[in-house]
Design a protein around this ligand. Structure first.
Ligand SMILES: CCCCCCCCCC(=O)SCCNC(=O)CCNC(=O)[C@H](O)C(C)(C)COP(=O)(O)OP(=O)(O)OC[C@H]1O[C@@H](n2cnc3c(N)ncnc32)[C@H](O)[C@@H]1OP(=O)(O)O
Ligand SMILES: O=C(O)CCC(=O)C(=O)O
Length: 377
């Protein structure tokens, strides 16, 4: 616990000694919705201000994060942990990915995506045409990523102890074809998620190889998670844009950007309101990352009608209706923890928004589920 004497603030000599950390803490506290996390206490002859890390808004104190790390997440909305996932694990994920690409395995519920400039061309699909896998919860080797104890230990700092895996991805950013479609527009992930509270949702994103600006690293706007969910829509890009890759309509072009260059196994945890995206892959390699969005089991679904999320909700419904030949997909507002998971001994299950059961088919229940009647729980 950091303790500083507030009495000295009136005193010039003392105020010079006020550490930069204390100044940063004040800034952090000003961002909080909650009452100040500085507590004034009178002691013999002087006022003492105790800083209470447990009052921080975005994270819990579970003895894993240092105060510095917690403050960094409060301020910036992301936290990068070096070398969190072993090279051996990553190599196993890569093998599992390649088996899917070679169509050696069929994975129920898996969404396989190709880059728009490839999907819309005469290009003959092969494994190099796959730019993303989503909803791999039925592929045991890939899903192992979501249950890695060292990942869950960090996730718990942001969600609390009862954790749900809501959405999984393996992103295989292809070499850009020249149309700049390998870019991912700046967005907030919360746009895609009809559940709250946002502060109890976190993404873990692990580099599967060295990722740098040339091959399209993540770009984040630090501190943007302090804002609200913004309107998103398709960016007006000449070369086309991938389906459902919405971007924030307006964000301050002068907001500082940070390029997250990462080594294999490095993992970044970020808040769902953090504005982020990724640049073009200007190399000939396929830039790989694996990620999972987690939420607290106390999260609840919201009705997106009349909100900025209505457009993506509608698009998802249309795709679900086309893909699964159902017209009656409705997203009901309910409390997720009806049928949920406890995270004990690193066991992780998934709850489905559509069928309202623990569901291994569709993660967030958007694209893989057959709808309320035909749902597989
Ligand atoms: C619900 C999303 C949840 C995300 C939450 C996490 C937030 C994290 C931040 C993000 O990742 S934001 C981006 C989220 N969106 C996606 O990840 C989109 C994922 N892609 C897909 O779901 C599928 O690739 C897609 C539904 C777009 C297509 O799958 P299909 O199996 O229907 O493809 P199919 O090969 O049958 O092609 C159907 C049509 O779509 C076209 N298509 C395929 N891939 C496309 C593409 N990438 N972009 C545009 N169009 C595409 C394809 O050309 C064809 O057009 P036509 O009907 O005109 O012939
Ligand atoms: O991997 C990327 O290039 C972008 C991923 C991303 O923006 C996301 O996971 O939300």
């Amino acid at each position: 616990m950091t303790v500083c004497a507030s009495k000295g603030i009136q005193n010039k000599t003392y105020s010079c000694k006020m550490s930069r950390a204390a100044d940063r803490l004040k800034v952090v506290v000003n961002h909080l919705d909650r009452p100040s996390s500085f507590v004034q206490a009178s002691t013999s002859g002087q006022n003492v201000t105790y800083y209470q890390p447990q009052a921080l808004r975005y994270s819990f104190d579970n003895d894993l994060l240092s105060t510095e790390q917690r403050i960094s997440y409060e301020e910036d909305g992301f936290l990068l942990i070096k070398g969190l996932v072993s090279g051996e694990d990553i190599d196993r994920f890569r093998v599992a990915f390649e088996r899917i690409c070679r169509r050696e395995v069929q994975v129920p519920g898996l969404v396989v995506m190709r880059d728009v400039s490839i999907a819309k061309s005469e290009f003959v699909p092969n494994q190099k045409a796959i730019s993303k896998l989503q909803d791999f919860q039925e592929e045991p080797e890939l899903f192992r990523y979501c249950s890695l104890p060292q990942i869950l230990n960090y996730v718990e700092c942001f969600t609390g102890p009862n954790i749900m895996a809501m959405h999984t991805m393996l992103i295989n950013k292809p070499p850009d074809t020249g149309n700049k479609t390998s870019r991912h527009p700046m967005h907030q992930d919360l746009h895609y998620f009809p559940f709250r509270p946002a502060d109890r949702i976190v993404c873990s994103w692990t580099a599967m190889e060295k990722i740098h600006r040339q091959n399209g690293c993540l770009v984040v706007l630090p501190g943007s998670h302090h804002g609200t969910l913004k309107e998103h829509d398709y960016p007006e890009w000449e070369g086309g844009v991938n389906k459902m890759y919405h971007g924030v309509r307006d964000h301050d072009p002068n907001h500082p950007r940070v390029h997250l260059e990462m080594e294999k196994g490095d993992t970044v945890f970020f808040h769902p309101l953090l504005i982020h995206g990724s640049g073009m892959n200007q190399t000939q390699g396929f830039r790989k990352a694996i990620s999972c969005h987690y939420a607290s089991a106390d999260c609840y679904y919201i009705d997106v009608r009349g909100t900025t999320q209505e457009n993506i909700g509608q698009e998802v419904k249309e795709i679900a209706a086309r893909k699964y030949a159902v017209n009656d997909v409705t997203f009901e507002v309910h409390h997720i923890s009806a049928g949920v998971i406890q995270y004990t001994s690193n066991t992780l299950l998934i709850n489905c928004v559509v069928c309202n059961t623990v569901c291994f088919v569709c993660g967030i229940g958007y694209l893989g589920c057959k709808g309320p009647s035909g749902a597989r729980g």
